[in-house]
Design a protein around this ligand. Structure first.
Ligand code: ITT
Length: 188
């Protein structure tokens, strides 16, 4: 694929991470900030597909774009906050999550990203990325965004927020999904 691809997001942290990887392709990444109500659904896939349908069907966006959704699924909280991650981050935040987990020994969690690629005339393709890890006992680090200060990915000794963007981008839920998307686009 050649030309411009748009990332629909209001989150500049995400743009930086994805841009870093799409640079290998001949694709220029721009952003579109479209206001829309996020649907409450059971899965990230449903949220992404609903979002794309809304952007194409109701807003009439006829450009190649990516709409992604991510969530932190904590095992001992039965997958909470999951699809509610944005709302939970904006309300109780990382302090609230740490409080909910007080006294819980099982700190394992999975960060998931689902990326939907919409190409006019071709429809939608979904790319998934997941990374296992643990929730810390306290917040650590100042890089990144969202849940980064409380999440240590498997195999690492520091939180995502203690890593530079290059370090976080070596392996993350978002990068795993982005690499699949890059692979797909490089065959187009
Ligand atoms: P959009 O405008 O792209 O939707 P968002 O920040 O709402 O941006 P998501 O819905 O995908 O992004 O993410 C759900 C929540 O999870 C949100 O609070 C994010 O800050 C957080 N999050 C997503 N990816 C993250 C990451 O890599 N590290 C830490 N927190 C992350």
């Amino acid at each position: 694929m050649k030309g411009k691809l748009y990332l629909i997001t209001g989150n500049p942290g995400k743009l930086k991470e994805i841009k870093n990887r799409l640079d290998v392709l001949n694709v220029e990444l721009g952003t579109l900030q479209e206001e829309f109500v996020e649907v409450q659904a059971d899965t990230l896939e449903e949220v992404v597909l609903f979002g794309i349908e809304h952007l194409v069907g109701e807003k009439g966006i006829d450009l190649p774009f990516i709409k992604a959704d991510s969530g932190l699924f904590i095992d001992s909280l039965d997958g909470f906050p999951g699809v509610y991650s944005a709302y939970v981050q904006d309300t109780i935040g990382n302090d609230g999550i740490l409080k909910l987990m007080e006294g819980l020994d099982d700190r394992t969690a999975t960060f998931k990203t689902v990326m939907g690629l919409h190409i006019p005339g071709e429809g939608v393709s979904l790319f998934r990325g997941e990374i296992r890890g643990e929730i810390t006992l306290e917040k650590k680090g100042f890089f990144g965004f969202g849940y980064d200060p409380v999440f240590i990915p498997e195999g690492a000794e520091k939180t995502f927020a203690e890593m530079t963007i290059e370090e976080k981008n070596r392996d993350s839920h978002r990068i795993r999904a982005t690499m699949k998307l890059v692979d797909h686009l490089s065959r187009e």
